[in-house]
Design a binder for this molecule. Structure first.
Ligand SMILES: NC(=O)c1ccc[n+]([C@@H]2O[C@H](COP(=O)([O-])OP(=O)(O)OC[C@H]3O[C@@H](n4cnc5c(N)ncnc54)[C@H](O)[C@@H]3O)[C@@H](O)[C@H]2O)c1
Length: 347
């Protein structure tokens, strides 16, 4: 079974294919020179599937989203005599997708590209929606573009080899989508979390489908994040601060950010408090942690502020009225800190 979802971008559409779709790759690739961009981990496991294409192989990990890697890839493209008519195929997790998309959107003023997403996080989030970029000046995604890949392939078969920590990272983002959009999947989460953690494709398909459809729906309303797309930042403002302050994996940090945002939702949007407790307890039971005990608020504040925020900055901050009912509240940065103080005091 395979599912196709379309994203309508300002500068072109993107087709996302989910399911047993790896065999569709050859049909989707245009009749052009294809250059593969991937990372070493993925290349070591799956390189033989792409032996027909000239490969550019990055070191694995977030460090690859750097100006240095971009320069490396650009030099390799020149060495390979790639031109505007070449097609860049990114095969990997979110890092490879973000870098490939950015490179493709600027190489010789832009060439066509597509992704084969191999991590859960890339399938449920990073490969979908057309945000590309690299980190710069100690800040995430400071340089980047909005550019839609011609196609994205998400085939859960690749998750068989994904390390458990990476599954946990992706599951946190997918759970965010369930909280924001379709609460009917809650029983599925509670019943199948263990098999999902093991990468079981059948158990993962409903949450993959929901995430991709939801993300496409939001992006189709607000591709360039002028407003509504900001709801996808639920758990992320605080999560990114935890990630930077404690040096913990992205999914753990986002989960902790979501727990706090649930508490803020209870206090300021009357999200049902019993349900918030039930959700947080379940999250803890499956291995995520409430991290507020591990970080003093002033330190967290410093890291949130590092994200370019000033006291009078107004944020469109995503909270939930109910599961599936997100709302953007307008707070200044100073107000956010004040609201967080209340949570730290009562903990
Ligand atoms: N563009 C967007 O909209 C968007 C959205 C969310 C996240 N992101 C970005 O995505 C990045 C994180 O993505 P990620 O979590 O996929 O990280 P990643 O790309 O670093 O992949 C995680 C690890 O898993 C390995 N891996 C990937 N697929 C594998 C497979 N099938 N088998 C074995 N190992 C595999 C990678 O080599 C890497 O070591 C961040 O840089 C984040 O900013 C972008």
């Amino acid at each position: 079974m395979s599912i196709k979802v379309t994203i309508h971008g300002k500068n072109g559409n993107s087709q996302v294919f989910l399911g047993e779709v790896i065999n569709q790759l050859s049909e989707l690739l245009p009749d052009k020179r294809v250059i593969l961009i991937t990372d070493k981990n993925v290349h070591d496991i799956y390189g033989s599937l792409f032996a027909d294409f000239s490969p550019i192989v990055l070191a694995p990990g977030e460090e690859a989203k750097s100006l240095r890697s971009l320069e490396f890839v650009a030099s390799q493209l020149i060495d390979l005599q790639a031109d505007r008519d070449s097609f860049l195929l990114g095969v990997g997790g979110g890092v490879v997708c973000d870098l490939t998309g950015f490179m493709a959107s600027i190489y010789m003023r832009g060439c066509e590209f597509g992704y084969l997403a191999t991590s859960l996080l890339a399938m449920v989030d990073a490969s979908v929606g057309g945000k590309t970029g690299i980190n710069f000046g100690g800040r995430k995604n400071m340089l980047g573009t909005f550019a839609q890949p011609s196609f994205v392939l998400c085939d859960p078969i690749f998750l068989d080899t994904l390390p458990p920590q990476e599954m946990k990272n992706g599951l946190a983002e997918a759970f965010k989508h369930t909280l924001l959009q379709d609460w009917s999947l809650w029983p599925h989460w509670t019943e199948h979390i263990q098999t999902m953690k093991q990468g079981n494709a059948e158990a993962l398909m409903p949450i993959l489908e929901q995430s991709i459809r939801f993300k496409a729906q939001v992006v189709n309303l607000d591709e360039q994040e002028n407003g509504w797309r900001k709801i996808l930042n639920f758990g992320h403002t605080l999560g990114h601060a935890f990630e930077a302050a404690l040096g913990i994996p992205h999914g753990e940090a986002i989960a902790a950010g979501m727990m706090l945002d649930l508490d803020l939702s209870v206090r300021y949007l009357q999200f049902p408090s019993e349900l918030a407790i039930e959700i947080k307890n379940w999250m803890k039971s499956v291995g995520y942690h409430d991290l507020r005990g591990q970080l003093a608020l002033p330190l967290l504040e410093k890291y949130i502020r590092n994200d370019k925020k000033k006291s009078d900055d107004r944020l469109a901050y995503p909270l939930l009225k109910n599961p599936g009912e997100p709302e953007l509240v307008s707070w200044t940065f100073a107000e956010l800190i004040q609201h967080l103080q209340a949570l730290w005091v009562h903990e």
